[in-house]
Structures are given as structure tokens and as C-alpha cells.
Design a protein around this ligand. Structure first.
Ligand code: 5GP
Ligand code: ZN
Length: 114
């Protein structure tokens, strides 16, 4: 997807602060962080939203979630707690249509979310 912001970041066309990468997933710091740790875990393959997932993506989504937990642990937030979020479509506030798992840590979060 040439017009997808995150595909462009993954191709290196737009700079990002990359904190992890492997063959399947990349993680980079959010440009507008909402907590001391606010990273986005993104699959290399373009998938627009959770509505587009198929059973073939199950392992990939598992890798994304485990990577988010590993990043939180690296920063010392595993025991304190951290938040993971997938926003899907308009009412949830999805603005980039390439799935990404937000991982936030380092402060107390409220529930229910805003
Ligand atoms: P969404 O609202 O779709 O769940 O999350 C999109 C996230 O991408 C937002 O938290 C936003 O700050 C972040 N974002 C938007 N543009 C860029 C960018 O160019 N670089 C980085 N690193 N993050 C971005
Ligand atoms: Zn994309």
C-alpha cells in the first residue's frame, strides 16, 4: 500500500523511532506519546483493521501481543502494569488504517477509557 503511512514507515520512506524489528513485526515510538512508554507494534504486512483479519493471521496477532508485553517488560512495566489497545474504525478513533497495537506504560490508566 503505497499511500499507507505505516507501510511507508516500514519501507523507510518516513522516519520513525524504531525500537524493535523482526521478519513479521516492527515497533516504533508513537509520534504523540500519551505515556512514558507509548509504542506501536505493527505487522510488516498491510492489514487495514481488525475487521480484515483471517485465521491465517492468528499467529501474527499473537506475535504482536507478545512483542507488546516484551517491550513493556523491557521498560520495567510488566509487574506495575501496562495497557494494550487496538482501535478499530471511527467510533474507536482509528486514524491509521494499518493495524497497530498501542502499548502504553509508566503511568496509571483509568477505566473505562474515554
Ligand atoms: P490510532 O488512532 O489509529 O489508533 O493510532 C494511530 C497512532 O499513530 C496515533 O497514536 C498517532 O499519534 C500515531 N502516528 C500518526 N502519525 C505518525 C507518524 O508519522 N509517526 C509515528 N511514529 N506515529 C504516528
Ligand atoms: Zn500499510
Amino acid at each position: 500500500m503505497t499511500d499507507c503511512l505505516f507501510c511507508r514507515i516500514l519501507k523507510g520512506e518516513i522516519p520513525a523511532s524504531i525500537i524493535y524489528e523482526d521478519d513479521h513485526v516492527v515497533a516504533f515510538n508513537d509520534i504523540n506519546p500519551q505515556a512514558p512508554l507509548h509504542a506501536l507494534v505493527v505487522p510488516r504486512r498491510h492489514i487495514a483493521s481488525l475487521n480484515d483479519l483471517t485465521p491465517e493471521d492468528d499467529a501474527l496477532v499473537g506475535e504482536m501481543i507478545r512483542r507488546a508485553a516484551a517491550l513493556a517488560k523491557e521498560r520495567g512495566y510488566a509487574d506495575r502494569g501496562f495497557r494494550t489497545v487496538f482501535n478499530t474504525n471511527a467510533e474507536a478513533g482509528q486514524t491509521v488504517f494499518h493495524i497497530h497495537l498501542h502499548v502504553l506504560g509508566g503511568r496509571r490508566f483509568t477505566w473505562p477509557p474515554g
